[in-house]
Design a protein around this ligand. Structure first.
Ligand SMILES: Nc1ncnc2c1ncn2[C@@H]1O[C@H](COP(=O)(O)OP(=O)(O)OP(=O)(O)O)[C@@H](O)[C@H]1O
Length: 206
């Protein structure tokens, strides 16, 4: 397994959100994280990415195998698209940004300053970063936000290519990426916090 999780408990703001999480991710596999707003998908991904500590449990993965992609994707607004990608290639010790530019349909925008990209174009640049990083396990939080239908399809193709090259992906998304082969993990099954009591609204405001 490229990523194994056992008995993991995660918290946000000092409150345990999910507990007893367990799953395996093999090379070539994608797992879609499902659950309503606030269920804990972002918290789980942040914990796996090492951005916050786990409360309990074990995560078995090589830290250098992970690439985390979220809303704040670290784009430097004063740099051009190509300069951003070259920067990340230097950080990750990889070379060549052309394949990433082509894959995310950014060749025509390569010399545009990132500050002047649209929201969807910025998102495509953030996703191109994953390709430049060259890491096998993608942890993705709502990767398709701001993407139009064509870009979602483009991205789904990129994920498929990553999987067939032996990569793996854990993706929190409310959108159907058309990855028929992907598994689904409903984080609701691991919820630690009791839902708000019925009637609480009436008690507070009634
Ligand atoms: N900075 C914070 N401090 C305290 N609590 C937080 C903080 N950020 C999020 N939470 C709470 O933690 C819980 C889990 O949030 P999280 O962002 O992980 O959910 P999510 O499943 O990713 O939701 P969404 O689908 O809306 O992105 C929610 O109840 C949320 O209100």
């Amino acid at each position: 397994m490229i990523l194994s999780v056992r008995g993991l408990a995660v918290a946000r703001g000092g409150v345990t959100v999910l507990e007893g999480i367990g799953f395996d991710l093999a090379a070539g596999q994608a797992l879609i994280l499902r659950g309503p707003n606030g269920a804990g998908k972002t918290t789980l991904l942040r914990t796996l990415a090492g951005l916050q500590p786990a409360l309990a449990g074990e995560v078995s993965v090589a830290p250098e195998a992970l690439a985390y992609g979220a809303h704040a994707d670290g784009i430097k607004s004063v740099l051009t698209v190509a300069e951003n990608l070259r920067f990340w290639a230097a950080v990750h010790g990889t070379s060549g940004i052309e394949a990433a530019l082509v894959a995310m349909d950014l060749t025509g925008l390569r010399d545009r300053q990132a500050a002047h990209l649209s929201a969807g174009q910025k998102r495509r640049l953030g996703l191109a970063r994953l390709l430049v990083a060259g890491r096998p396990v993608w942890l993705l939080d709502e990767p398709t936000v701001s993407l139009d239908v064509a870009s979602v399809a483009l991205f789904a193709g990129v994920v498929r290519g990553h999987l067939s090259a032996g990569g793996a992906a854990l993706i929190a998304t409310h959108v159907d990426l058309g990855l028929g082969e992907a598994g689904v993990l409903d984080v609701g099954a691991f919820r630690a916090v009791a839902p708000a009591r019925a009637g609480a609204f009436d008690e507070a405001f009634g």
